[in-house]
Ligand binder design. Structure first.
Ligand SMILES: C[S@@+](CC[C@H](N)C(=O)[O-])C[C@H]1O[C@@H](n2cnc3c(N)ncnc32)[C@H](O)[C@@H]1O
Length: 312
């Protein structure tokens, strides 16, 4: 669909207000909830919700509900996406007020990360029991080995390795492997698992999925096993992965299908309640990866999806 004069006027009117420009500027780095925006901008929830509604109606933002949370993000589909992209380029991010907002947003994100990190710190020792809750684990693992059987894996990266289970699983398939994780407690357990089993060609180290500190095109296989539902900005993590993948390399993403088990937010520090097949497919495609397959596995309470993508 082409843009009409009416579309453009609506979008410019929506963007032409101070708080709404501040809101748009904050969406530069991923999706946000109303509560997060209220905390950053220190305005009442009804006011922020009204601004968000106008930005959505004008096609600048998209919203999606998950349980009791509503996420907003920049519109990334269709003709309006081009308009959003151009508008975002004109925002003066070095402006003092916008910089201040960005700093407050970083504080909010840090606070949330602290909560998740605390959860993993407290649960590191029990993780091997927790990780298999609700999930057809053996079936998933057999599939991961099978879907990569034709791939020569010199270098493997396991993102958010936790206790290192994916490194163990691929020990006979990869010549070298690295697992990165933010949590030192999880890494300590992963190290001891690898040592006990004499797996010397796999290592773990502290690292962040948004900034892998690896050179371009150095990995053949990257795995995200039950990690993306913690991410603020899954797209940024997938883009960073695409950067470090060799041509012909593959990404495996294992995560929940959309669900409504809100308690996973409180009890397990999840941010997202699963992902639709299309959502992750779109992120891969935007990052320059081609989807090879989508596999769905039904669990007792939660369903799992496995996305396999490759870099052409
Ligand atoms: C649910 S656990 C999954 C661990 C492992 N992949 C498995 O399946 O057993 C998620 C892991 O992601 C890690 N994590 C969360 N955010 C991260 C980030 N930004 N960078 C790297 N690791 C992260 C957590 O510390 C945690 O160990």
């Amino acid at each position: 669909m082409n843009l009409t004069v009416e579309n453009i006027l609506l979008a410019l009117k929506a963007a032409g207000e101070e708080t709404r420009i501040r809101i748009l500027a904050l969406f530069r780095s991923g999706e946000l909830t109303v509560t997060e925006l209220v905390t950053v901008l220190r305005q009442s929830q009804p006011r922020i919700s009204r601004h968000l509604r106008l930005l959505c109606e004008a096609g600048l933002l998209e919203r999606h509900r998950e349980g009791t949370w509503i996420f907003y993000r920049l519109n990334e589909s269709g003709e309006k996406a081009k308009l959003v992209k151009s508008l975002m380029e004109y925002i003066p991010y070095s402006d003092q007020m916008l910089q201040h907002d960005q700093e407050r947003l970083l504080e909010v994100k840090k606070e949330r990360e602290k909560k998740a990190a605390q959860y993993f710190q407290e649960n590191a020792a029990n993780w091997d029991k927790i990780r298999s809750l609700y999930v057809p684990e053996q079936q998933v693992e057999a599939y991961l080995l099978d879907v990569t059987r034709d791939l020569e894996v010199n270098d493997l990266l396991d993102v958010g390795t936790g206790t290192g289970r994916m490194l163990e699983l691929f020990k006979n398939r990869a010549k070298h492997g690295v697992g990165i994780d933010l949590s030192r407690e999880m890494l300590a357990i992963a190290r001891s698992h690898l040592e006990k089993q004499d797996i010397a060609h796999m290592q773990v180290r502290q690292g962040d999925m948004y900034d892998l500190a690896l050179k371009d095109e150095c990995m053949d296989l990257v795995i995200f096993h039950q990690v993306l539902h913690f991410a603020d900005d899954a797209l940024a993590a997938i883009k960073e992965t695409a950067r470090i993948l060799r041509k012909g390399g593959r990404v495996l993403i294992v995560d929940f299908m959309p669900h409504d088990m809100e308690k996973l937010r409180e009890d397990y520090a999840h941010r997202r309640l699963g992902f639709s097949i299309d959502e992750v497919n779109d992120w891969c495609m935007v990052s320059g990866l081609s989807i090879l397959s989508n596999e769905i596995m039904r669990g007792s309470e939660l369903d799992i999806a496995i996305w396999t993508a490759s870099k052409e």
